[in-house]
Design a protein around this ligand. Sequence first.
Ligand code: ADP
Ligand code: MG
Length: 384
Amino acid sequence: MSTENLPQSADQQPRKPRVAVVFGGRSSEHGISVVTAGAVLRAIDRTKYDVLPIGITRDGRWALTADDPERMAILDRRQPDVEQLAESSEGVVVLPVDPASREVVYSEPGSVPKALGEVDVVFPVLHGPYGEDGTLQGLLELSGVPYVGSGVLASAVGQDKEYMKRVFTSFGLPVGPYEVIRPREWENDRAAARKKIVDFAGEHGWPLFVKPARAGSSIGITKVDSFEGLDEAIETARAHDPKIIVEALLRGREIECGVLEFADGPRASVPAEIPPVQSHDFYDFEAKYIDSASGLVPAPLTEEQTAEVRRLAVAAFEAASCEGLVRADFFLTEDGFVINEINTMPGFTPISMYPRMWQESGVSYPELVDLLVQAALRRTTGLR
Ligand SMILES: Nc1ncnc2c1ncn2[C@@H]1O[C@H](COP(=O)(O)OP(=O)(O)O)[C@@H](O)[C@H]1O
Ligand SMILES: [Mg+2]
């Protein structure tokens, strides 16, 4: 990287770019985000970057946390929590909404706000709502601070299983059959909403997958075998999101592919296969995060299949206008690949599928972290 655009320190020497690693957050994936941030803090090149860890509590408070990856791991199957890592239970880290300044401030009730120095780039290590869905990205846009990963639109599209499918369809990517039940439909006329789903099942058969439209990590998802289980599944999904999506069962192998933005554009990794997990009904939260990641890298596919899924993964990245990184998840059915979803901030611990796919493609975890920060530093905020 050239140093001419780098910020100057007080003595006018170019200083290292300062990366704020933001983690935790209000979503159900709080704990895993803290674990991931620990890995990022460990891997980031300290000779090249200065680092400022900022934890977001489950209540949404931006807290100042110690730069201490050791305390950010799973202990006795218990996930770490930002509240326990926070320097104080009241202090707030503020990223001023002022594009002219990148100075971060720390304020505690009753004390004079303290300057924490400038931040050149934010690395949001956050999954799900208020982190991966465009809301945080909007704040960073308003503040004028570049950030790792997708912008407002792509993040929102990647979080909403309905609009994601609509975007993919319009770009010619194959998606499975689905039906959406909007909040008002369920609230105003449950019988009509149930009928809509029963008609859908009549066409595509049971079982159905009932999902919150905007969640993640399999949370709130139920595989429903018959009409009897429908209401409970809908309520389970609605506990996470008033909008739900119902999908037909896709029979096939689960194949994933990583996309990473290099200086010359996005490239796809070698694909991986997620084998069906016996002890779990489907690839659920436990299977994904608590048990060791069991995916096969590279996926045992033919050369043609590998080329096809890599092509589709980059096409999905482009269709949603993603930036930085995306993990694209597919089913390999009898009729070929069907895209299930994209994740704009996929699981990112060193044993998660996305880093493993890049490791197998020749990009180590520390290099991956570096490439993502570099991609973010290359661009500005605003329309681009
Ligand atoms: N339509 C479907 N057909 C078959 N399996 C599915 C379907 N939808 C989801 N699954 C299973 O459930 C898992 C989680 O669903 P997914 O849509 O990826 O939600 P999340 O955003 O929570 O990861 C998938 O990885 C897959 O194993
Ligand atoms: Mg998924």
